[in-house]
Design a protein around this ligand. Structure first.
Ligand SMILES: [Zn+2]
Length: 308
């Protein structure tokens, strides 16, 4: 068993925890530390049970519940303590962090092993730190070492003060909502609550995008600022409840079809197309059904595009 350990933190990933235990024990690479103790760090970061078990056995039982921070990565999905998400919504190849959180964690004595990686920093729905309101930073390091939090931080630490950008003055409704659900906080009584988090958040972003740019927003051209903006627009619409959402959708349903056959994608463009592409993932079908029913008030003959 290891004699030098630190307490596991709430919302920390298991890979971050292993990374800083390695740092605390004077080994700068988590991979090297792991091989020394008979497990593989890459597999630990991907949630392989055997490696998780070897590492947890090494810790004993005094340091909280590090197994709660397991992140399981498969080819298409990533299972986090806050829910399961399609890979496209999680950053697993690059390490993200809040410079102010890290500065607080390490303290004036700059003890690097005290800084830990939060699960929510991996989420692409999250752009600013919920505590400090500043933009998260991304370390552009070796993709294979992205989970080695302390090692990644070591490359960015000299710049820590310069990295903390200005505090955002934007209302952070969307992001606060996502982070609260990730952390398993009390429900906000929001219309979105009934849908799984990924579909709820993704729908909100797409809704904001079509509200701002019309039926065919160029999503591929969006940068972080664009996504933050459309997420907030969408969130302002959905958080006012179902009636407000229906009136926000209404102008889209005013389209006079040239053809007799009408579908949701003709009315809502990318919003509908993007949701349909993911109809096999939790929550998307329910959202599409809701939208189809809303559209049927004006278009009773609307044909469903849902596969079932
Ligand atoms: Zn922060």
């Amino acid at each position: 068993m290891l004699s030098l350990t630190v307490p596991f933190q709430p919302n920390e990933t298991l890979a971050s925890y292993c990374s800083r235990i390695a740092a605390l024990n004077g080994i700068e690479s988590a991979a090297e530390f792991a091989s020394h103790f008979g497990f593989n760090f890459g597999r630990l970061a991907e949630g392989w049970e055997t490696d998780v078990n070897v590492f947890c056995a090494l810790l004993g039982s005094r340091q909280g519940r590090p197994a709660d921070g397991v992140v399981i990565q498969s080819r298409e999905f990533v299972e986090t303590p806050g829910g399961t998400f399609s890979r496209e919504f999680l950053e697993t190849d690059r390490c993200r962090f809040c410079p102010a959180c890290v500065a607080n964690d390490i303290g004036p004595a700059r003890r690097l092993h005290r800084a830990f990686g939060r699960v929510e920093w991996m989420m692409k729905f999250v752009h600013t730190c919920p505590e400090h309101g500043i933009r998260l930073q991304t370390v552009s390091g070796d993709r294979l070492k992205a989970s080695d939090f302390s090692a990644q931080l070591r490359t960015a630490i000299a710049d820590l003060e310069n990295l903390a950008g200005p505090r955002s003055t934007r209302p952070a409704g969307f992001q606060d909502y996502v982070v609260n659900r990730l952390r398993g906080g009390p429900p906000h009584g929001n219309w979105l609550d009934k849908f799984p988090l990924q579909s709820a958040a993704h729908f909100t972003q797409l809704l904001g995008a079509v509200a701002k740019y019309g039926r065919e927003p160029e999503l591929e051209e969006f940068d972080d600022d664009d996504w933050v903006e459309v997420s907030d627009i969408g969130y302002a619409m959905v958080s006012r409840g179902e009636q407000a959402l229906d009136s926000a959708l209404d102008p889209f349903f005013d389209l006079k079809p040239i053809r007799r056959k009408i579908s949701l994608s003709m009315l809502l463009g990318r919003l509908s197309v993007e949701l349909l592409e993911r109809a096999d993932q939790p929550g998307y079908t329910e959202l599409l059904r809701y939208l189809e029913n809303a559209a049927r008030w004006k278009h009773p003959t609307l044909t469903s595009e849902l596969p079932y």
